[in-house]
Structure formats: C-alpha cells, structure tokens
Design a protein around this ligand. Structure first.
Ligand code: GLA
Length: 723
C-alpha cells in the first residue's frame, strides 16, 4: 500500500516537473499557459503582465483547456469538433511539444497537441509584438490519419473569463447605420453574434467585441478584454455562461453549413483571433488595436499619411462624363485636395452602366460617356497635379453582362438552381473558390494598372451577399467548403495583387462599411465607413467603428446639404469637423459650394493637411464623451505619440434653450507639460480660452468649458506643448 502511494506521489512529482509554464508576453500583458505531457494545454491567466506564475496559481483557480475539443471530458461549448476517419466524433488532445521563434518584431509560440489515439494534430499558436499589446492566436489543424477527417467546428481561439459583473460591448447595424454600439451584462445562457452573409461580414454584426470585467464598460478606466477575428467571411463569437465560475468565449469561422474536409496529409489554418487586455477601459483596448494595426497589421503599416480626395459618387452618381469628371478635378484642385476618384458608372460595352442593373464584370470603358477613355482622365488628373483613382467591384457580375453570358458557371449558385439576384434585380456574386475566377479578378486590377499605370487608388466595392449557396467549381463532396474557400480565394487574389502592386492604395467598400474587418486590413488601406454621409449620424457610426479601427483607415467624406441619405441640412463647418477625425475627403460637386463656402472648405483642407492629419492619422485616439450617452454632445481627441501636439474635437448635435454648458476633460496629455489651446477652422468669435496655456494635469482633471452656440455647433482645438 505504502509502495503504491509512493509511486503515485513520484508520478505526480514527475508530472509536475515536466509541467511547463508558458508566458505569452506582450509588453504590458501576459497570457499564461500550462503545458504538461499527457494533458491538454491549459490557460490559467490573461491580464496585466506577470512574471511569477506561482503567484497566479496561489491567487486564482482558473484552469481551463486553452483549445477545448469535443468528445472526451468536454461537453460544454468547444473550439474544435472533428469526425475522424473512422467516424469517431471524439477528440482528446494532449500536449506534445512547443517551440518559440522570433519573426521580425514578433514572437511566435507554437504549442503542438496530438490526439491520444489518432494521428491528428493541432498547433495552438500565439504571436506577440514588441510594440503593441495585442496577442494573436490561431490554430493549425493537421490530418495525418489514413483517410479524410471532417472539421465540424474549427474556431480560432478560446478564452475563459472569470464570472463577475462582466459586460459585453459590440457593434451591430445595417446599411447606412453601421457600427451602432450595443452593450449588455452577461447573464446565464448564450451571448452570440454572427454573420452568415457569405461575402461581407461586418454589416449587421462586426466580428469583434469588448468584454468589460468591471461592469458597464467605461471609456478610460476599467479592465477590458478586446477580441477581433481577422476574417472576412461568416463568423461566430459566442460567450457561454453556465454555472457560477466562468464565461466561455469562443470565436472563429461560423461552422453553419461549412463542414470542412481534410484529406490525408492536409492542413487547415484558422484565421487569427486578435486579443488585447487593458486597464484603461474601452479606450485603452481600442488604442492597442489601433497601434497594432498601424504598426504591424495593415498594408503600408499605416506609416504614410493618407491623401485627401474627392469621390464622384454623390456628386454625379452613375452620370460620369469626361467633362463632368474634369470639372470635379478642377474643383478638388481648387479645394486643395490631392486625389480624384471616379466612382461607378464608367464602364460597359454591350450593356452600359447607366443604370445599376448591368455590366459588372465588363470592365471596359463606356466610350459613349468617356470618348477619350480612362487614360485621358488619368492624364487630366496628373496634369493638374492630382493623383488618379477609380472604382471597381471585381467579385461581382450582372445577369445583364457579357461576362455572365460567357461564363454563367462562374457565379456562386448550385448548377441545379436559378440564381436569386441582388441589386438591380440582376446582380450576382462570382465564385472566388474557382481559380479561373481568381485569375479574372486579378486581371481586372492588372488590366487597369497596365492601361493607366499612374493609377494611385482603387475603390474595391462588394455590394452583394451570397444569396445562392452552391458552386459549379467545387466537387459534390466539397460544396460545404464554399463559404471558406470563397475567402481563401479572395485572399490569394489580394496577395497576388499586393505582390505586383505594393504601392497601390486600395479602399475596401461593401455598400459602405460592410467589410470593416481585420481579415482584410493586410491588403486594404482604408474602409469606406458608411454610405450614410450625414454628419450627425456619422458621429455614431464613426464612434462605433473607432472601437477597433484606427482613424487613418476610416474614409470620411463631406457631402452636400441637405444630405442625400437623411435629407438633414447641416452647416459646412459641422460636416468638415466630423469628417476630419479620419481620412478627410469630399463627396459632392465642389461647384455647388458658394464662394464663401469654397473659401472655408479650402481653409479646412489646408488645416487638415498641415496640422490635423499627422496627429489624427498617426496619434493615439482618446474617446471622451460618447454620442450614445444621450447628452446631445460628444467629444474625442488625438494625441501625437510624443505628446507634443493634440487635436480635440467636440460636437453639439442637439439644442435647447437651457442647454447645459459642457465641461470637457482632456486625456492622454503629459500632466506636467503646458499646452496652449488654439481653435482651428474657427467661424465666429474666439472662445474665452483661445491662446491660453494650461498644464496637462489641469486640462485632464479640471477640464475646459466650451461655449457652444446654436444647433450643430462644433469645435476643433489644437493643443501645442510648450518647450
Ligand atoms: C456602393 C458604395 C458606394 C458607391 C456605390 C456605387 O453602394 O458603397 O459608395 O460606390 O456602390 O454603385
């Protein structure tokens, strides 16, 4: 008996000795893992950086699978569910090995687990960077069994969260009203957001959420975990709350109708789930994501200042013409803008794009509208010292198009079905899982760049969901791969385009902000935030979008008044002040501006380019007062990385006789430095603080009152640090 006891003890000791703490460290955070032979990988802590695992183990009892698999021990929600080659539905992963490698400024942790019985392996991977507090996680699933296995669920990541007063915040919306902020306390049961539209996953629910560990989420204090799935297709984010101990958070590709088969020897790499932890509330989590995107995860690394532009859409819609485009070029030149973009309406031969029911896929100039062709427009732009840009929607076609007549089998639809159509009653989605379609889409861009090599900017649109499930290209067995293979095909194509045209600036548009996700950020420079350009509603949409995405990636345009979407009339100053918190542009005929308006618009462009742009596009964003709080005003500010300069924005969008005179508390400043306040783009009298200096501490703790007069008043204030 004693002997047995001793051997059990020594086995335990060996197990403990062979157990290994893995610190997945970003500069300010730690995800603590425990790897032990014969057991699954465990996660025991995620939070502020720690150096002593023993302290964590003594203090807390969190001990959960880092990547739970279904079928043995796990009956709760899991990250992985597999039907093995012999039909067995259970998986038992145990730790095999781990390796840590350095790649540039990042460290990659690869922890390999293997099924106890089957030749089925999963690498659970993490990446950290030396310049931001985001930890990326993903898994690589390998089938070394003798026959195919089916992945029934293949999430990117899993995180247990201790129960308490835990809240979740996320953005949801619809066309013209994207990224509306929604928050709620987690209760027993399931909290879930997903998107099943196939092509554009960010319209209704964005593939990202914030989890506040200290109650109702606050902007600049409280512990927050942020999570963003780097994927452009169907997704699901679930928080399962059972019992009294933990919330189980799982995020990844939505597996509905997406069973994925791996043949012997095949591998599936899940998209990345990016996580951050902050003690500084939602704002801290947002700033981590912004920094991570700007420095590591977006094309051109967010280092180049984004150019101001005029887009033709709301100015002329589909009625493009040589003369009309040149007039707009003159307008943007006069305004001091740097780039002109011709939107939809320029193409079509047999079918002409004068109505939005035809010609997608027929990317040849409509010579009726543009007799001298696109090269003449590119030249006209260059001659004016402007950059040239053009709109395409390359993943789409119409039943009324030469492309569809030639390749009816290229659209997403099962061969047995009559396709159900989208915009114009004719639009269809091309099947990006088909390599021939990928080549075609690549060629759309390549042909443009060949014909007009000085093209600086492309607006890449995507206006339809996959209404027709099915593929002419995929085999009968692999039809359920469509949702996933569509996006793998899209990414393959984008990589090819980026390899040949690394400097091209590409905007990601999907009927507005339908594709605002981190899956596409490595290929696109910016997002069209919304088709709704009404500045009041934009305050809400932009606020929500900024939760995860940096200002340099947010395309924000001043449009006509009354606004075309809401019919609301707003002062030009208010429209500019709202647009200037991102990449500034215009979307109207400049010739519709009065002489005074033109003068004011010119001064805004100048001030934006010289003073505001570097701080907004490359500084840290501090959201201060939310428009969702219902006060009728809101504010935010951007602070340069060296804290020498900051730009503050405040907006009043409701007005009463006894309107409260708000006091604004600044953030992110150096408390010991002195800052001088100067109003930018001012109309009317100077405020009482104009030209005065205050310490950063005073501005942050005592704040400054702003004299808002009338409805739709706004202020932009520059803060300059004294020497
Ligand atoms: C979508 C875009 C718009 C515009 C039109 C053109 O709706 O979001 O900005 O480009 O398509 O058809």
């Amino acid at each position: 008996m004693k002997k047995v006891f001793l051997s059990v003890m020594s086995l335990f000791a060996v197990a403990l000795l062979s157990a290994k703490d893995i610190y997945v460290n970003s500069p300010g955070t730690t995800l603590l893992l425990k790897a032990e032979a014969g057991l699954p990988l465990h996660v025991s802590y995620y939070g502020e950086r720690v150096a002593d695992a023993e302290q964590v183990y003594r203090a807390y009892s969190l001990w959960e699978d880092a990547y739970p698999a279904f079928g043995l021990g796990n009956y709760d929600i899991t990250a992985l569910s597999v039907r093995h080659s012999d039909g067995n539905m259970s998986t038992e992963l145990t730790y095999l090995s781990d390796v840590v490698t350095t790649e540039g400024n990042s460290t990659v942790y690869t922890i390999t687990m293997k099924d106890k019985v089957y030749e089925f392996l999963v690498d659970v991977c993490y990446r950290t960077y030396d310049n931001s507090d985001v930890i990326e996680t993903w898994s690589v699933i390998r089938n070394n069994e003798k026959k195919p296995v089916s992945l029934l669920k293949y999430a990117s990541g899993f995180l247990p969260i201790r129960q308490g007063n835990v809240w979740v915040q996320h953005e949801h919306g619809s066309w013209g009203a994207e990224a509306q902020v929604s928050e709620e306390a987690l209760k027993p049961g399931i909290f879930e957001i997903h998107d099943l539209t196939g092509t554009k996953n960010a319209y209704m629910n964005r593939p990202n959420l914030m989890i506040s560990l200290d109650g109702k989420p606050q902007e600049n204090y409280g512990r927050v975990v942020g999570a963003a799935l780097c994927w452009s297709g169907n997704f699901r984010m679930t928080i399962d709350t059972q019992g009294k101990k933990i919330h189980r958070f799982v995020a990844g590709i939505d597996d509905t109708n997406s069973q994925y088969t791996l043949k012997k020897g095949e591998t599936f790499t899940t998209p990345v789930l990016a996580l951050t932890y902050s003690n500084e509330g939602l704002g801290g989590a947002s700033r981590s994501f912004h920094r991570w995107a700007r420095k590591n995860n977006m094309v051109h690394n967010g280092t180049a200042l984004r150019k101001t532009l005029l887009n033709s859409w709301e100015g002329v819609y589909l009625n493009v013409s040589q003369d009309g485009m040149e007039k707009m070029m003159d307008g943007v030149k006069q305004l001091g803008g740097e780039l002109f973009v011709m939107d939809d309406g320029w193409f079509g031969n047999k079918y002409k794009r004068s109505v939005d029911d035809c010609a997608l896929g027929d990317w040849v100039t409509d010579t009726g509208k543009l007799p001298k062709g696109v090269p003449a427009l590119e030249k006209a732009c260059t001659e004016r010292g402007l950059k040239w840009g053009i709109w395409i929607e390359p993943e789409m076609t119409n039943t009324k198009s030469e492309l569809y007549e030639k390749h009816p089998d290229w659209v997403v639809c099962h061969p047995t079905r009559e396709p159900s159509t989208g915009r114009g009653g004719t639009q269809l989605v091309l099947d990006m899982s088909n390599p021939a379609v990928q080549d075609f889409v690549y060629k759309v861009v390549d042909d443009i760049m060949t014909e007009t090599p000085n093209t600086y900017y492309i607006k890449w649109d995507c206006n339809m969901e996959t209404k027709n499930f099915g593929s002419h290209y995929l085999s009968a067995d692999n039809q359920s791969h469509l949702y996933v293979d569509y996006h793998l095909g899209l990414i393959r194509t984008l990589k090819r385009i980026r390899a040949k045209y690394p400097d091209l600036v590409i905007q990601c548009c999907a009927s507005g902000g339908g594709r605002v996700n981190y899956g596409l950020m490595p290929y696109f420079d910016e997002f069209w935030v919304s088709d709704n350009t009404d500045a009041k509603q934009r305050l809400f949409i932009q606020w929500g979008t900024s939760m995860f995405f940096p200002a340099c990636a947010m395309a924000q345009h001043v449009s006509a008044s009354p606004n075309h979407q809401t019919r609301r009339s707003l002062p030009l100053k208010f429209r500019f002040d709202v647009a200037m918190t991102g990449r500034l542009g215009m979307e109207m005929k400049p010739s519709d501006l009065s002489a005074d308006e033109m003068k004011f618009a010119q001064s805004c462009f100048k001030t934006y380019k010289e003073t505001i742009r570097p701080i907004v596009q490359q500084g840290d964003q501090y959201r201060l007062i939310s428009p969702y709080e219902g006060n009728g005003y809101c504010s935010e500010m951007f602070v340069g990385e060296d804290k020498k300069e900051a730009i503050f924005f405040a907006y009043k969008f409701e007005h009463y006789v006894d309107f409260f005179r708000p006091r604004f508390y600044f953030a992110g400043l150096d408390p010991n430095a002195t800052y001088t306040l100067t109003e930018l783009c001012r109309q009317g009298n100077a405020d009482h603080w104009e030209g005065s200096s205050f310490t950063g501490r005073f501005l942050m703790q005592q704040g400054v009152e702003i004299d808002f007069r009338g409805e739709y008043a706004s202020k932009v204030i520059r803060l300059t640090r004294g020497s």
